[in-house]
Write a protein that binds this ligand. Structure first.
Ligand code: 5GP
Ligand code: ZN
Length: 134
């Protein structure tokens, strides 16, 4: 059983913030900023690509309510919601989770700015490639 399944089943401890029948929220052991929280579906699924419809239809509402609770409690007005799907995206635990990262002045949390400025033709080519898959 994976580590987040064990947390969901209360088999190993976590700093749980909130849980209901389907989801659990607990502090990330490595706090990117203070209040950094992970939201997981209790039912094991790997990531977005593997997400079931029931999770998909309700997880964002759970995340929204929790983000409000965390930012109000921690005195923050901004938040990053991050989901890493796949190892190249930085996923290291292969049980679906969404990071809620409250932001503070000078908190040193850094998402690199995008520098890749493409030509209109290059953008059109990418647009075409993706649209064709629909
Ligand atoms: P990922 O890199 O997969 O998007 O995020 C995994 C996160 O899980 C990391 O930020 C890591 O600190 C956190 N993590 C890994 N193992 C545990 C654990 O046993 N308990 C808690 N609370 N967090 C964990
Ligand atoms: Zn799991």
């Amino acid at each position: 059983m994976c580590i987040f399944c064990k947390i969901a089943n209360h088999e190993i401890p976590a700093y749980i913030i909130h849980e209901d029948e389907n989801f659990m929220a607990f502090l990330d052991l490595s706090q990117a900023t203070l209040g950094h929280t992970l939201v997981i579906p209790k039912k094991h699924q790997v990531n977005l690509f593997d997400m079931d419809d029931q999770t998909g239809s309700s997880i964002l509402l759970f995340v929204r309510d929790l983000a409000k609770q965390i930012t109000e409690a921690m005195g923050s007005e901004s938040v990053n919601i991050i989901h890493n799907a796949g190892s190249l995206a930085g996923q290291s635990v292969f049980h679906f989770h969404i990071h809620i990262i409250p932001r503070y002045e000078n908190d040193h949390f850094h998402i690199p700015p995008l520098k890749n400025e493409l030509t209109p033709d290059e953008l059109l080519s990418i647009q075409k490639k993706i649209k064709e898959k629909h």
